[in-house]
Write a protein that binds this ligand. Structure first.
Ligand code: NAD
Length: 334
């Protein structure tokens, strides 16, 4: 392919797997990471028809990000792909988090991506092509209690990417947001950022994530999904399949997703929360809204064929709820 690519957070996990896959396909990849030695070691292991080199970079430092982008552009005369992937996790309940906890994730996960966009986008607009790839998360599409600050930053990255994508298209620049479910990387083992008080979830990331349905996804498989998503100019790359199902379910039946997520939270707290069931009337309204929503999605042309099954299931459920309500309600209530 021979694209000129910068991958932030390239020393480990998803960034490392993606850099390796791109080098294998012939791209020149600058593996940028706050962990300079780790980036160097990672770059040495990458082989293929492309090449890799390491750069030390703290994505929180806007000047440093701009300096890296400028030096790459000066050397190669172009920047084809900017992958804003560096990120940190933060698990814990909101009541145990200080402002410093919130700031730590905002600084890397939002400001780091903004710094990458501010540095790379004008270059791409000037050259009339380029692709910005921002690593968000499934937590940027669905509620993720116990990870609230993290989910907030990832929703921001999805919002940034989907909005910029529309704006950028007129300049020939593409934008993709990557939304993986839990993936087997070091982020799951990393406690809170240095200097911050541990939370009830510190050091339990892997244990909690591996309890979820679908388990952990493989970073190398995700790298293939991302490369295909870049080639096809996807708006969102959501992987694995269980993440796509969760995202679709959250759009169509958010109340059901919320109920499932509550169960997970109970397990995380070590005790199930009291389950407050919605009154029957609310559930009827909610099911009717779901059916309406499947219609709307169908009308916008997004795979109505696949939604047919979901719609039929909802209609069946509606019939069942209606008949139960008819039995329970006083005559003439419905
Ligand atoms: N692993 C998952 O389950 C998962 C799921 C969804 C999204 N993500 C996202 O994927 C991205 C990559 O995470 P990962 O799972 O590969 O984790 P990881 O910990 O293996 O890799 C993250 C890399 O980012 C680097 N980094 C951290 N702060 C940085 C900074 N300020 N400047 C530059 N580099 C910095 C780290 O040194 C590390 O090499 C993150 O944005 C993460 O939020 C991960």
């Amino acid at each position: 392919m021979n694209r000129i690519v910068i991958v932030t957070g390239g020393a480990s996990g998803i960034g490392r797997a993606l850099s390796a896959e791109m080098v294998r396909r012939g791209d020149t990849v600058i593996v940028a990471d706050i962990d300079g030695e780790g980036a160097h070691r990672a770059a040495l292991t990458m082989s293929g028809s492309g090449s890799a080199r390491a750069a030390v970079l703290d994505v929180r430092d806007a000047d440093a990000v701009l300096a890296l982008v400028t030096s790459v552009y000066d050397e190669f005369g172009r920047l084809d792909v900017m992958v804003n992937n560096a990120g940190i996790g933060l698990g814990g309940f909101a009541e145990e988090l200080s402002v410093d906890h919130w700031d730590s994730v905002i600084d890397v996960n939002i400001r780091g991506v903004v710094n990458g966009v501010v540095a790379a986008y004008p270059v791409m607009v000037r050259q009339g092509h380029g692709h910005i790839v921002n690593t968000a998360s499934l937590a940027g599409l669905v509620p993720a209690p116990g990870l609230t600050p993290y989910a907030m930053t990832k929703h921001a990255v999805v919002g940034l990417s989907t909005s910029l994508r529309v704006e950028a298209a007129g300049y020939g620049v593409k934008v993709t947001a990557v939304c993986p479910g839990f993936t087997d990387t070091a982020i799951l083992d990393t406690p809170v950022a240095p200097g911050l008080a541990p939370t009830s979830a510190s050091g339990r990331g892997r244990e909690l994530a591996s309890k979820l349905p679908g388990g952990l996804y493989d970073a190398d498989l995700l790298a293939l999904d991302i490369v295909n998503g870049i080639d096809r100019n996807r708006r969102l790359v959501i992987a694995p399949r269980s993440a796509r199902v969760a995202s679709l379910a959250n759009r169509l039946i958010p109340a059901l997703v919320e109920r499932q997520v509550r169960k997970g939270i109970g397990a995380m707290r070590g005790r199930p929360l009291k389950h407050s069931r919605q009154p029957l009337a609310n559930r009827i309204v909610s099911a009717r809204n779901c059916i309406r929503r499947t219609d709307t999605v169908g009308l916008t042309g997004e795979r109505p064929d696949r939604l047919k099954g979901v719609r039929q299931w909802l209609e069946l459920k509606m019939f069942w709820v209606d008949s139960r309500a008819a039995k329970a309600a006083p005559v003439g209530w419905i």
